[in-house]
Design a protein around this ligand. Sequence first.
Ligand code: GLU
Length: 361
Amino acid sequence: MEQKPKRIVVKVGSNVLTRADSMPNVTNMSALVDQVAQLMQTGHEVVLVSSGAVACGRGVMTRSLSLDAVAQRQLFSSIGQIRLINLYNQLFGAYGILVGQVLTQKENFASRDLYLNQRACMLTMLTAGVVPVVNENDTASLTELMFTDNDELSGLIATMLDADLLIILSNIDGIYTGAPSDPSSRLIASIAPGDDPSHYVVAAKSGFGRGGMGTKCNIARKVSAEGVGVIIARGDRPGVLLDLVNRPDSVPHTLFEPSPRSLTTIKRWIAHSTSFTKGTVRVGAHAAEVLRSDRAVSLLPVGVVGVSGTWDEGDLVAVEDFAGQPLAIGRAAMDSATVASLMGQHGQRPVIHYDYLYIEE
Ligand code: GLU
């Protein structure tokens, strides 16, 4: 990165924000707030995606109740979130910086209107010099519709806000060539666009958070493919944020280099909405080949060989090839019944216009 990133999304994991006994780790939080304040003083915009609500709530809830996992998450997050945000408010307040709480859910990324509304709100906060502190609304999220974890949420926020950089702070320096505890493992300094280091990732999850290095790696690949660089680093290293921004060579980390490809806001929204499609359009071999090429083409009824599911105009649909391999995702310009009635026909208007078609990598 030759140019210093201006807009930075910093995701901080539960393991950095809470101590082993589940109480807030005020030392780490205060060190991070100091650094965010310094970054802001030097012209950066910072968005914090902060986990730790559930862990923190668990630490302060002394009554033992027999609750299922969902009720527990809701209860703990409701208590923990308020403590965390209070702490952020106090710590940033010492610098005269205002913080604003953004609690969100996956559904807010599923509809274009909600997506753009949320985007506009956060851009207003940044313009007003307010630090958005973002977390999932764990009290209301449905289990089946939750973000995989806050790594996924931070990726969505970074691409939604056209961030220059996403920094994921965890309790590990980055991605290693083997188990981090194995002395022969080496930290991977940078990963070129398109490279997939997931075979190096040892399936282990540390401590309190929902995610692990596996999801961090997937999210980082996806986000960097959309043109936003992603850094994974250790959150409790003194000065880690300032060093990553000002002298990255001085601090251990893994950088997923951004790919030059840049998507429009609408395509970014579509790219992240794979779990919200209402149906599937299957295309023939020729259409699949054309869609996979670099050409900017729309999907036409002539290329369609099958339709499954029911959708209305404007809904998101998946596009797959004849073998059932995912090809693309897009916003349908006609409902499913119309597509079914026009499929195979020449000279018809597009099923999905190019501007609303995101071709899978
Ligand atoms: N939203 C959860 C919390 O605040 C964290 C999810 C995660 O671990 O990524 O506790």
